[in-house]
Design a protein around this ligand. Structure first.
Ligand code: BDP
Length: 713
């Protein structure tokens, strides 16, 4: 087992024979066109039932009323074929109705894609041993359930071919070309369809104009063609200055007529090749990317330009709210400078100016995918604009797939947060679904960054995050626990000790990681200017890319209050703003996000901030040690290949958590000069330093950043 099939393994069910009689004797797919998701559903059902029950069923393409069959198609196809549809509840786009009644199974979608989703759901239940009778309808929480891939056409550069990708090179591109063979793209679409994802943006938000050459547009068509049978649409990130860079115009002003015409022309060319293209994704005026500010135009002018070009085709323009000016942010010169303020400052005044097929895509927190952030206040400031939440499945700041960090509990702190807009219940998930402000569009964008590694993300356990992302976008009320249990049964089998162990390990993983990296809202104290991976608390301040801890000899934390700080707390609706403004009502886990306090400040637990730091880093890394033995208890209960590969990573994580613990504790210990009450920090007499050993076959190497080197801790 190398992980390639992810959770779609269709492993034989223990005692499969006993179910044989209850299984229908054939599959009826109501569409025989090969590119139709209904056709795909027929094939998938055949494959799944063969794998799970060892029973080979024929797929037929007519007669939807015959006995002992699994019928899959749209409600309309079913009704046209003489099927009875009176009992079927009203379905929304992409929704489905699933009914198991003896040996008659009906899987009916509101559209083709919905039928495929229903087939995957049915197979998922069978694979988990659920052979009971039921009938229900299921509708997605939101229409936008997209994946973003940060793939570059050309490999190399500082970030490799997939920016922030830890699963190997791009599955789509090689050496500057769009691959002829898109088998992996098809396999990816299959995995994504099974969790309800309906589009993939196939290139990096730090985009490149060369995607828009004729040859590359043909290449994009190849990808879209293999996505289509799975109901997955293709989206494209745009480089804002393309009209100039590629088109040879002397401007990229979004209101200039030649520019507008250029983008219309490009869009027409793309849709001629890919008639169902999902739309565009745009990062502008941020981190060096060009944008409308060059011409004193607004971000809404920019978004609407693209929205207009795709509108006749039913396309969408996802416009990123991750806009900040890294050239002017200087905390040394300006105490009130705060990158967290940027999104609301740029976008609030534009509310109501975006076309109805623009969706503003907002990272979950105001900074950048940190281990703990408050929800982005922008969700509460755009009442007349469609919004989507951007989550990161690839673990950029969160251990980069070398650490197990199961993310749904983190995502839920955001999705379930009540922003109290105008004093009314306003859960983030109700805002992004479009329900709260009655918006026509909205939803989810997950940055996945899979690669050619057979595990997709680079490690087996990381795949639970991709699985849970899709399931949550479909229904954000699912519990984190249930999702990891489902995923484990599908991925590793039904043995309850396997399910319980992986569930426990997963649920403990984010709190542990937060504890050994950065707690109390100080965020992930990674090295900030390089890979965003190992510990480097010193790198957080004094540069515009950092999270800013403002740590000195006596105190730590970023004062974001209105009365004395950067004013960020005031971007929330009144009730939430009041909570964060006051140190007493700010939850401890965000204390240092909102307040600058002495190291000796007492927390609600009674501990001082610094002692909490010390203790949490010890506790988190101690938990990481237990992951190894938890995993070892699974030996023989799962296949050897995945067991060994994951064990290797968990041992590494256990070790690296100690590096984190000692680096962060050591740093604040020397900065504050305050001793650890338990005498652990700074006392490393038990340690055997590498430089005190006689090494053979090794050469000295200067470690970068230096704080990663053992002697400095
Ligand atoms: C940061 C990443 C960077 C991305 C940027 C973005 O480090 O690689 O380009 O976000 O989201 O997290 O645009």
């Amino acid at each position: 087992e190398n992980g390639l099939d992810g959770w779609l393994r269709y492993a034989p069910l223990p005692s499969a024979d006993s179910y044989h009689d209850g299984i229908p004797s054939k599959i009826v797919a109501l569409n025989d066109t090969k590119i139709s998701p209904v056709y795909t559903a027929g094939q998938e059902l055949q494959q799944g039932i063969s794998g799970i029950f060892g029973k080979e069923l024929d797929v037929q393409y007519d007669d939807c009323t015959s006995f002992s069959s699994i019928v899959v198609g749209t409600v309309e196809e079913y009704s046209n074929g003489g099927g009875e549809t009176d009992d079927i509840p009203e379905l929304e786009a992409d929704g489905f109705y699933l009914s198991v009644d003896g040996d008659s199974v009906k899987i009916l979608g509101q559209n083709e894609r919905g039928a495929l989703y229903g087939a995957f759901e049915y197979l998922s239940l069978l694979a988990q041993g659920n052979t009971s009778e039921f009938s229900y309808a299921s509708n997605p929480s939101a229409p936008i359930r997209w994946i973003n891939q940060w793939d570059n056409l050309v490999s190399g550069g500082t970030h490799g071919s997939v920016e922030r990708g830890y699963g190997g090179p791009s599955i789509f591109y090689k050496d500057g070309y769009i691959k002829e063979d898109q088998t992996r793209a098809a396999q990816y679409a299959r995995l994504l369809a099974s969790i309800g994802v309906n589009a993939v943006v196939v290139n990096n938000v730090n985009a490149n104009a060369s995607f828009l050459t004729e040859a590359n547009m043909d290449g994009l068509k190849r990808i879209a063609d293999v996505f289509r049978p799975y109901g997955v649409q293709l989206g494209l990130s745009l480089f804002f200055a393309s009209p100039k860079d590629l088109g040879g115009l002397d401007t990229f002003d979004p209101l200039d007529e030649s520019v507008v015409e250029w983008w219309h022309d490009v869009t027409d060319k793309l849709y001629r090749r890919i008639p169902d293209m999902a739309g565009y994704l745009v990062k502008a005026n941020s981190e060096g990317q060009p944008g409308p500010f060059t011409y004193n135009r607004t971000l809404a002018d920019a978004a609407n330009l693209f929205a207009k070009t795709v509108k006749p085709y039913g396309g969408v323009c996802m416009f990123r709210a991750f806009v900040y000016d890294h050239t002017t942010l200087n905390q040394t010169l300006d105490w009130k400078a705060d990158r967290a303020n940027a999104a609301v400052e740029f976008f609030k005044e534009l509310d109501g100016q975006f076309m109805d097929n623009v969706v503003v895509q907002i990272k979950y927190g105001p900074i950048d995918f940190q281990v703990r952030e408050p929800v982005s206040p922008l969700f509460a400031n755009l009442l007349e604009t469609n919004t989507a939440i951007e989550l990161q499945i690839t673990q950029e700041y969160l251990g980069q797939q070398a650490h197990v960090v199961y993310l749904p509990p983190l995502w839920k702190t955001i999705l379930d947060f009540d922003l109290r807009v105008e004093g009314q219940p306003s859960l983030t998930r109700e805002i992004v679904s479009g329900a709260r402000f009655k918006r026509p569009l909205g939803g989810y964008a997950g940055v996945a960054n899979v690669g050619t590694n057979t595990t997709w993300l680079g490690s087996h356990l990381a795949m639970s995050n991709l699985y849970a992302y899709g399931r949550l976008a479909w229904d954000p009320t699912h519990s984190s626990e249930r999702l990891v249990q489902d995923w484990t049964r599908l991925t590793f089998g039904l043995d309850s000790s396997v399910v319980d162990t992986i569930t426990q390990l997963s649920l403990e993983s984010w709190p542990a990681y937060e504890n050994y990296t950065g707690n109390l809202g100080i965020q992930t104290l990674t090295d900030i200017l390089f890979g965003h991976y190992g510990p480097n608390p010193a790198s957080q301040d004094g540069n515009p890319w950092g999270q800013w801890t403002r740590a000195d000899n006596d105190s730590i934390g970023m004062d974001r209050t209105v009365w004395n700080g950067t004013g960020f707390a005031g971007q929330y609706p009144a009730e939430v703003a009041a909570m964060y403004e006051d140190i007493e009502t700010t939850p401890d886990d965000l204390l240092l996000w909102f307040h600058h306090v002495p190291y000796t400040q007492r927390l609600k637990s009674g501990k001082t901030v610094i002692q909490h730091f010390y203790d949490a880093h010890y506790a988190g890394s101690a938990t990481a040690q237990t992951f190894v033995s938890l995993w070892e208890s699974l030996k023989g209960k799962i296949d050897d290949q995945r067991y060994e590969e994951q064990l290797f990573r968990l041992k590494y994580q256990a070790g690296h958590s100690l590096v984190w613990r000692d680096a962060v504790n050591g740093f604040y210990h020397s900065l504050s000069g305050i001793a650890d009450e338990k005498g652990r920090v700074g006392n490393y007499s038990w340690r055997i330093e590498a430089e005190n050993m006689t090494l053979e076959g090794y050469e000295p190497y200067s470690v970068h950043p230096p704080s990663m080197a053992s002697e400095t801790r």
